[in-house]
Design a protein around this ligand. Structure first.
Ligand SMILES: [Zn+2]
Length: 327
């Protein structure tokens, strides 16, 4: 467990196609700046594959049906085919490429999960868009169309027959992810986020139901929280749920919009704060999950801050220092 294994950074040109329009914060350039800053690699600590394989659309849609209603999936396809418009909410603007990009994003998540389950990788950062965590079973929301993070969790749990914990440090609550796994005892969900604020969910008393009671842990924080508040809340919730579920892998909704420069987020988490959040993920993975982490891009809309924070995130994922587990 002390060895340093490389982080696989993956993307695919198909995720660049989705175009919500000029001036929209969720742009293809977000992926480009992250890949550009990571591309040089760092002495074998990570590798960047801009053309990572995705399964066939048929295979991806087969898994997406576990997460979304077929009617909804077909609605995303139909609105994309019509061209430019929007789906469900005005922040989910659609272009002719939206369906293809969203399927490719889910496909990247599916392949990463299969590779983790088959021990072909231990850690990966998947640079995908559209993002995931606001997408619900039957509706698009908050720039999200399909829930790729939920795809990854379902595939890992289904393949390994062991629990996973999804951790979400995006500045917004992952309403779609929480809802999908709310009654599940085998998938934990931990979120630190702004409250009150979009999407309006994620209060501390939302803790799961039935077999899922106690597997959801929300840390709602008022706007303006800094590193000390944001990171401490995240670490507390992560430790609580991970020690309860003893997951086989940690899955990350990695949003970087809690950065002070972000035009949408209202938090004050510095680059040092994102290093601390990422280090907590790695340490928890070493303690409970043999170091296994699958991380997926969510928000983050100031491109310079996004690039810096994504690099810091990957640096920490690449840290194979098992001693961190005892820190
Ligand atoms: Zn966000």
């Amino acid at each position: 467990m002390a060895e340093t294994s490389p982080v696989f950074v993956r993307s695919n040109p198909r995720v660049l196609g989705h175009d919500p329009g000029l001036g929209h914060p969720e742009s293809a350039q977000r992926v480009q700046v992250i890949l550009d800053v990571l591309e040089p690699g760092a002495a074998g600590r990570w590798t960047v594959d801009r053309q990572a394989a995705v399964p066939t659309d048929e295979d991806v849609l087969g898994v997406l049906k576990w997460i979304h209603d077929e009617d909804y999936i077909e609605r995303v396809r139909a609105v994309s085919n019509e061209g430019h418009g929007w789906l469900d909410t005005h922040d989910c603007r659609v272009s002719p490429e939206t369906f293809d990009s969203a399927v490719a994003a889910a496909g990247l998540a599916m392949n990463a999960a299969l590779d983790l389950a088959n021990r072909r990788l231990d850690r990966a950062f998947i640079v995908l868009r559209p993002p995931s965590h606001h997408a619900e079973r039957d509706s698009a929301r908050g720039y999200c169309f399909f829930n790729s993070v939920a795809v990854a969790a379902e595939v890992v749990v289904g393949s390994l027959g062991e629990p996973v914990v999804i951790v979400d440090f995006d500045a917004h609550h992952g309403n779609g992810t929480q809802k999908h796994f709310f009654d599940r005892g085998d998938v934990g969900y931990v979120s630190v986020h702004t409250y009150p604020g979009f999407p309006g969910t994620g209060t501390a008393d939302e803790i799961g139901v039935g077999e899922g009671l106690g597997t959801t842990r929300n840390m709602p924080l008022v706007a303006g929280a800094d590193d000390s508040i944001y990171c401490a809340a995240f670490e507390e919730a992560l430790d609580e749920v991970a020690s309860r579920l003893r997951p086989a892998a940690i899955i990350v909704s990695a949003g970087f919009d809690a950065h002070p420069s972000d035009p949408i987020g209202a938090m004050r988490v510095s680059e040092a704060g994102f290093r601390r959040l990422s280090a907590a993920v790695t340490a928890t993975a070493h303690r409970w999950a043999s170091g296994r982490v699958l991380s997926f891009l969510e928000g983050g809309f100031d491109r310079q801050a996004l690039a810096n924070c994504a690099r810091i995130h990957v640096e920490e994922l690449a840290s194979g220092d098992a001693e961190k587990a005892d820190a």
